[in-house]
Structure formats: C-alpha cells, structure tokens
Design a protein around this ligand. Structure first.
Ligand SMILES: NC(=O)c1ccc[n+]([C@@H]2O[C@H](COP(=O)([O-])OP(=O)(O)OC[C@H]3O[C@@H](n4cnc5c(N)ncnc54)[C@H](OP(=O)(O)O)[C@@H]3O)[C@@H](O)[C@H]2O)c1
Length: 281
C-alpha cells in the first residue's frame, strides 16, 4: 500500500472511490434522468481504477444498486462494494428510519438481492440521529450477519465519537462514514480517532452535497481562489484538501455527470500548496 491506497475490510482500495447516490432520479428517488449515462459513468469510474463504490438499496430504492449490477456485473475481482442499512423510503420518497435489528437484516438481504452478491463486502450501520434502538443491539445483529458470511466487514455511518468507541470495543470496524467537508468539520473528533486507529474514514458530502441551494464548499471564496490560482477546479481543491487531511481518508464524491467524474478522478493528482492550505484553514 502507498499513499494513494488504503485498506478497507482486508482489501486494498484506491483512495479515489465513487458514491452512487447521485445516479437515481431527483431526490435520490426513482429512475435516472439518463440511464445510459449513469451506466457509462459507473463503467468509466471502474475503467479508470476506482475499486471502491458506495451505494445503498434505499437509493432509488433499488435504482443505484440495479445500475451498479447492470453496469458492472460480473464484478471485477478487486471491486469493493460498500452499502448501508438503517433507513428505508416510503412511496413518496421520504426517508424513514429502519433501525431495529430485524430491519437491518432485511436491509442486508435487499442489498444482496439487488447487487447480485452472496456477501456484501462492507455494510455500514447508518445510525439515525436520536435512534431509540440501542447501538449494542444493532451491533449484535451486524456481528451475526458477518458471522453468517452475508457481509464481509462492518462499517458505521453518522456516529458520534462515543458510538464509534463503543462499537470498536465490541468488534472490528472496517470504516466510518460521516458527513465531513471543508465547510463542515464538526466530526473532526471521529476523524482523528479513526486516523489514530488506522480505520478507513469515508467523508460523505465531500463536495458540499446536492441538497444545498448554495454550495458551502464549491462556492467558498478560499476554494474558488485557490482553484483559480492553481489552475484546477473548486471540486478538485475540495477533494485534494480531504486527501491531504489524513492517510485513512477515502473519497466517494457523487456525480451523475461524465465530465464531473473526470474532474473528480483527476483530483487524485492535485496537490495543494501551502498557500491554499493556509487559506482554507
Ligand atoms: N452515509 C450516509 O448517510 C450518506 C449520506 C449522503 C451521501 N452518502 C454517500 O456519499 C457520497 C457523496 O455524497 P453526495 O453525493 O451526497 O454529495 P457530494 O459528493 O458532496 O456532492 C454531490 C454533488 O456535487 C455535484 N458534483 C460532483 N462532482 C462535481 C464537480 N466535479 N464539480 C461540480 N459539482 C460536482 C453533484 O452533481 P452532478 O451529479 O451534476 O455532478 C452533486 O450535486 C454519496 O454519493 C453517497 O454514496 C452517504
């Protein structure tokens, strides 16, 4: 392994991965605007060396997983698919918690079915804020699923430092996926802990997310200024900044656009100078 790769549940992955949440229709609900382009984006990512794709059965629902299956199955040997459980969608697309142990199990089975796998490489337990289901009970369920061979590794998503520490004291944790970007560093404590432990940290919303009317990352003056000066794009500055933060950070920028994908892949080559790092702070 070198600085461009990291371990993920016993697999060596390129730190530049891909997030599949932008592939379904608007609001991560229903079919893609352009199915052929979505398939092409997935194939291009893998052809360019991406071997870590983040997804969820509840993206669509089933749309992201079906696209991954149709575009990439039979999967390359080294491709690590990471999914998540803990939520579901209703008929209108609203996001609902599905936190109980039996719902986590049903979520894993739904992922196995749509991805066409006998075991999902890694499944993140996505904690719902204020979940009434004790983390210990959820971990029991995840450990059982791993022992049965239905998942390869257990990840955590949207967890606090205490929750991360509790989970690590119970079992091996493959990765943590929390919201983090240069405009929202509220999860710095969890990032620091994973770095100390050598556990993969996968920031979601690396580019500021699709949910904001005004993007707090790509529109930040420090980012646009550095991008102009270095002759790169704001997205490349945002991604290079995350790579620079710690060697255990793995990127999963989300896009449905072939040109954005190329930009994001090329960010792996971008190195920020001290002036840019100082400006971003
Ligand atoms: N664990 C969780 O609860 C959780 C929550 C959210 C997300 N995730 C995962 O994290 C991944 C990343 O998060 P995200 O997709 O929500 O947000 P993001 O990567 O921060 O941003 C995605 C937004 O940025 C745009 N974009 C992508 N590349 C760009 C570029 N080069 N230049 C300009 N705009 C660009 C996308 O639009 P275009 O499609 O037009 O490029 C989209 O609007 C998701 O795909 C998903 O796999 C996990």
């Amino acid at each position: 392994m070198d600085n461009t790769t990291h371990d993920l549940a016993g697999n060596t992955v390129w730190r530049m991965g891909f997030g599949a949440m932008q592939l379904p229709g608007p609001g991560v609900f229903g079919p893609p605007r352009d199915r052929d382009t979505a398939v092409a984006v997935l194939r291009r990512a893998v052809a360019a060396g991406v071997n870590h794709i983040d997804t969820a059965q509840f993206y669509g629902p089933d749309v992201a997983n079906d696209l991954i299956h149709d575009a990439l199955h039979p999967y390359p040997e080294d491709l690590v698919l990471v999914s998540k459980v803990g939520a579901t969608r209703d008929a209108t697309g609203s996001w609902l918690p599905a936190q109980r142990p039996e719902e986590l199990r049903a979520g894993v089975h739904a992922n196995l079915k749509s991805l066409g796998l006998e075991s999902v490489h890694v499944v993140n337990l996505r904690r719902h804020p204020g979940s009434v289901v004790p983390l210990d009970e959820q971990l029991d369920a995840m450990i059982e699923l791993r022992e049965e061979g239905l998942i390869g590794g257990i990840g955590l998503s949207s967890v606090t430092l205490d929750e991360y520490r509790l989970a690590r004291s119970r079992t091996e944790i493959a990765c943590v996926q929390n919201a983090f970007n240069l405009a929202d560093r509220s999860g710095q404590d969890v990032l620091d802990a994973t770095r100390d432990d050598g556990v993969a940290y996968v920031p979601f919303f690396p580019l500021g997310s699709a949910f904001n009317a005004e993007n707090p990352v790509l529109g930040a003056a420090s980012v646009t200024g550095a991008a102009r000066r270095l002759g790169v794009t704001p997205a490349q500055v945002a991604l290079a900044w995350l790579v620079h933060l710690a060697p255990n950070v793995l990127l999963i920028p989300g896009t449905s656009s072939p040109s954005h994908l190329e930009e994001n892949l090329a960010a792996a080559e971008v190195i920020l100078d001290q002036a840019a790092l100082d400006e971003i702070g």
